[in-house]
Design a protein around this ligand. Structure first.
Ligand code: A3P
Length: 323
């Protein structure tokens, strides 16, 4: 019998099966044989039951903060690099393996604790739905959607305040209409526009998660009426003790948003990077985006109808404006 050294054999194998270069982590606790060789020191309890997947700029930090107010819900630990986000299901961190992921979570203090994380870039990560489902087949997923035009504008404002050269040099209109595909400005255009093509991304999530696992939060209602939106979230999570968020969140006129009430009765609003003050979008950009997202808005409307989801108020308004 002839063979070669393992690394050469691996090269041959991965030449045949390039899609398998990246491992696909399964849950050791869902497989009897894996569980038998899993160290006695380890537990699968440090894995999330809920993941808020984004997309970015839709109110994901607000939802993360509001969820953490519930004593039955516990988030991951903060990271030095990515702050409240773990960002495990991305090409960069997925290779670190599930021990790395589990180390980001506390040991749940009770059986009824719901561990969760939010990483707003998962929404557009092509492999994330499959990777999450393979490791955590029973986990619940929350996506937050706002009007995609507003999301694009919010991303542009975010890029400007992070001193992104393209955002500083070019107007919003120039960015969203950029055509030179190799330029930095086109890169920024894609970050503004592409996550807002919601249905193309949602279809991938829906392949792996059913209605009882996938909730779509109305991000605009989360701003206007977080009390009612958090009621929907709590129902979705089937929480034993539902909280009355009207006691936990109060509107702050200076911030222009609802903020958590601290034990001392003061308001602790989200940081200055969330709920920025900027001028309203210009009419030319509004018109361009209305046209750009027209089909996508119709697709989203069909998607929600076909899958039996209720529709966000901003979507109903967009559809009515089209007719
Ligand atoms: P703007 O800063 O453009 O207004 P994310 O956390 O996903 O990055 O989303 C940021 C957006 O969350 C903010 O965008 C803001 O509109 C929205 N948001 C929703 N509820 C908020 C709250 N209670 N406080 C601050 N921002 C909130």
């Amino acid at each position: 019998m002839m063979t070669v050294e393992p690394s050469k054999l691996a090269d041959v194998y991965f030449n045949f099966y390039p899609n398998e270069i990246l491992p696909l982590w399964t849950n050791p606790c869902n497989n009897k044989r894996h569980l038998e060789i899993w160290s006695g020191q380890k537990t699968c309890k440090r894995l999330p039951h809920l993941i808020v997947v984004g997309p970015q700029k839709t109110g994901t930090t607000a939802l993360y903060t509001f969820l953490n107010l519930h004593p039955q819900i516990k988030s991951n630990f903060q990271s030095n690099k990515t702050f409240e986000e773990v960002q495990f299901f991305t090409d960069k961190n997925y290779v670190n393996g599930i021990d790395w992921y589990m180390n980001h979570f506390p040991f749940p203090p009770s059986e009824s604790t719901i561990l969760f994380e939010k990483s707003a870039n998962y929404f557009t990560e092509a492999k994330a739905p499959l990777q999450i489902h393979t490791l955590l087949p029973d986990t619940k997923i929350i996506c937050i959607l706002i009007n995609p035009s507003q999301r694009a504008y919010s991303w542009y404002q975010h890029a400007q305040s992070h001193k992104d050269e393209a955002a500083l040099k070019h107007s919003f209109y120039d960015v969203i209409t950029a055509t030179n595909s190799s330029s930095d400005v086109h890169n920024l255009r894609n970050k503004c526009l592409l996550p807002g093509l919601y249905t193309s991304h949602l279809n991938k999530w829906k392949t792996h998660f059913n209605n009882s696992q996938l909730l779509i939060v109305d991000g605009e209602n989360l701003v206007e009426d977080p009390i009612s939106e958090m009621e929907k979230v709590q129902n979705f999570l089937k929480l034993q003790d539902k909280l009355d968020y009207s006691k936990l969140l109060k509107y702050n006129t200076k911030k222009g948003f609802f903020c958590p009430v601290t034990n001392g009765g003061k308001l602790k609003c989200l940081g200055s990077g969330k709920g920025r003050k900027y001028s309203p979008m210009d009419d030319k950009s509004k018109d361009f985006l209305k046209h750009f997202y027209k089909n996508s808005i119709e697709d989203l409307n069909d998607f929600l109808t076909n899958h039996g989801y209720s529709k966000p108020g901003w979507l109903i308004k967009e559809i009515n404006d089209m007719n």
